[in-house]
Every structure is written in structure tokens, then in C-alpha cells.
Design a binder for this molecule. Structure first.
Ligand code: NDP
Length: 295
């Protein structure tokens, strides 16, 4: 079987094209969407992610400011910074890059971000609204996955979706989105995790498998049925003899899935670019809402 590549580069390009007129409208009204990024410590992948995000904002003539803090920053100091960002009209969106150092409680920080500026969609207010099927800031990666389905006209209705991973960032929200009674959704969704016995029993039945567990090449060709759609969210840095000393692998083994699946999102170039595109879109939406623009 010829496996189609679901290109996040192609889909994100169409998203940016669609956002142009919204950016122009905001700028005509003297509003330039602005994202505040809080980056703590020296986690190398986090620095790369933040660099990629801010580069994209600059290329679209949008503003972003990175507040770099040391690993020793206290939880209280971080809360004060977030409070200042919440109250500063200059910033439409706030993103705190995860993971945080161990002495800082993720939940406390995420809860402190004003839901109206929570462009990552991790605040429980936004996650709760998502679960209730009401408009909210939807976490960027799951929102981006849904856009890929829409772009490639992969309708989930009457399909069985199996999600592996249940984090609040990817697995849980995508399991909600795929099962909402909405166009391109409406699937029967099963969510697997470390408490699931024999995960391949489920993935073999799936019409669509979404992998978000963070385990390199976890899913093999033998774990899916012929013609399944595979969405690979995983980004795993694995040591290699390359210039950087590592290579990026997804959560599925591309070589054995290719030729058996009908479609696959590659790593890199699949869901990664969609995550950034949805961050841009959410920030524009936050700026529009702050100005009471009709969406
Ligand atoms: P988390 O570590 O927060 O969650 C991983 C989830 O997978 C957990 O629910 C965990 O189960 C489950 N899990 C882990 N290992 C296994 C296993 N062997 N069998 C069954 N379940 C397992 O990760 P994230 O959700 O934040 O990220 C997942 C992956 O996606 C990572 O590789 C990350 O780098 C990548 N990612 C990519 C993005 C992109 O833009 N492409 C954006 C965000 C993440 P349990 O709950 O029981 O612990």
C-alpha cells in the first residue's frame, strides 16, 4: 500500500495564509499580537522549542518576548512574574515553557495564568471548557492534529481512534476532541496509558492511532491494521553519530509502518509545525478577544 505523508509543513503553511487577513485587521487597529514566553533553566530541547516559536512570530511580524530565568528561580518569584504579565495589556498570550524545575509545582503555575491569556490551553478553566464542548483555548498540539485531519479530509465519524498517552498536553485533550459531536470528530475513542494491558490489542483494532507517549519507535507495523492512519506526536532525542550528537525519532517505527498504514504524520515535519501554527493562531485569537473583535 502507498502510505500518504501527512505534512505538517503543508498544513501549517495554509494556516498561516489564512491568518494573514486577521493579522492585517489587528494591525490596522494598532494591535500587534504579542506573546510572552517564560523560559526557566537550561533544558536544551526547551531552548530549541522556544527559539523556533519566537522565530515564527518574528517571521510573521508578530511580537514575542522571552523572559529567561535561572533554574534557581523560586515558585513565588515566578508567580509574581506571571501576575505582572496577566495585568499587562501589552501581552495577549502567556506561555510558560515546560518542564519546570522540580521545586516548582506545574499545576500552581498553570493555574496562575489568566485563562484569557492561556494560549497553551493548559489552565483547568480552558481544559474544562474543552471537555464540556464549549469554545476555549485548545491546547496547540491536539488542535493542530485536528487541523491535519480536516486538511486531508480524514473524517473520524464512525471510526475507532486509539490514543496512546493521557497527558493534559496531548493525550487527554485529543481524546476529548476526537470524540466531540462535531464535523471531522465524532469518533469512538479509546485512551491507552501505562495502566493498559496489551496496548497492541487496541492499536490493531484502530482506524486511527494517535501516539503521544514519548517512547522511541514504540509502535511497529505489526501493531496496526492494514490501512490505519497513524499520527505520531512523539519527539524523542536519541544519541547518534550526527553533528548534533542526537537524532529525532517519533513514537512509531516509520520503516515498518510505511507501506502498511494509509497515512502517517512523520517526525520531524508532522505534528511539530502544527503545534507552532496553533500557538500563533491562539495568540491572534487572544488579541482579537482583547479588542472585542468578532471572530
Ligand atoms: P508525558 O510524559 O506527559 O505523557 C506521556 C503519556 O504516555 C502518559 O500518559 C504515560 O502514561 C504514557 N506512557 C508513557 N510510556 C508509556 C508506555 N510505555 N506504555 C503506555 N503508556 C505510556 O508526555 P507528553 O504528553 O507531554 O508528550 C508525549 C510525547 O509527545 C513526547 O515525546 C513529547 O516530546 C511529544 N510532544 C510533541 C509535541 C509536538 O509538537 N509534536 C508537543 C508536545 C509533546 P501514565 O499517564 O500512566 O504515566
Amino acid at each position: 500500500m502507498d502510505t500518504q505523508i501527512l505534512s505538517g509543513k503543508v498544513v501549517s503553511a495554509s494556516v498561516y495564509k489564512g491568518l494573514k487577513s486577521r493579522i492585517v485587521k489587528l494591525k490596522t487597529n494598532s494591535i500587534t499580537p504579542c506573546l510572552a514566553v517564560v523560559l526557566i533553566g537550561d533544558d536544551a530541547p526547551s531552548h530549541v522549542y522556544v527559539k523556533n516559536k519566537t522565530k515564527k512570530f518574528a517571521s510573521l511580524n508578530l511580537n514575542s518576548e522571552t523572559i529567561k530565568l535561572t533554574n534557581e528561580t523560586s515558585e513565588n518569584a515566578l508567580l509574581e512574574i506571571i501576575n505582572n504579565l496577566n495585568n499587562d495589556n501589552k501581552y495577549h498570550g502567556i506561555l510558560v515553557q515546560l518542564p519546570l524545575p522540580n521545586h516548582i509545582n506545574n499545576e500552581t503555575i498553570i493555574n496562575a495564568i489568566d485563562p484569557k491569556k492561556d494560549v497553551d490551553g493548559f489552565n483547568p478553566v480552558n481544559l474544562g471548557r474543552l471537555a464540556a464542548g464549549r469554545p476555549s483555548f485548545i491546547p496547540c498540539t491536539p488542535k493542530g492534529i485536528m487541523r491535519v485531519f480536516e486538511y486531508y479530509k480524514i473524517d473520524l465519524s464512525n471510526k475507532h481512534v486509539v490514543v496512546v498517552g493521557r497527558s493534559n498536553i496531548v493525550g487527554r485533550p485529543i481524546s476529548i476532541l476526537t470524540s466531540l459531536k462535531r464535523k471531522y470528530s465524532n469518533a469512538t475513542t479509546t485512551i491507552c496509558h501505562s495502566g493498559t494491558k496489551n496496548i497492541s490489542y487496541f492499536t490493531k483494532q484502530a482506524d486511527i492511532v494517535i501516539l503521544a507517549l514519548g517512547s522511541p519507535e514504540y509502535l511497529k507495523g505489526n501493531d496496526i491494521k492494514e490501512g490505519a492512519v497513524v499520527i505520531d506526536v512523539g519527539i524523542n532525542r536519541v544519541k547518534s553519530q550526527t553533528k548534533t550528537g542526537y537524532k529525532l525519532l517519533g513514537d512509531c517505527e516509520f520503516s515498518s509502518i510505511n507501506g502498511k498504514a494509509s497515512c502517517i504524520s512523520p517526525v520531524p515535519g508532522g505534528i511539530g509545525p502544527m503545534t507552532i501554527a496553533m500557538l500563533v493562531e491562539n495568540t491572534i485569537e487572544a488579541a482579537e478577544k482583547s479588542a472585542n473583535f468578532a471572530l
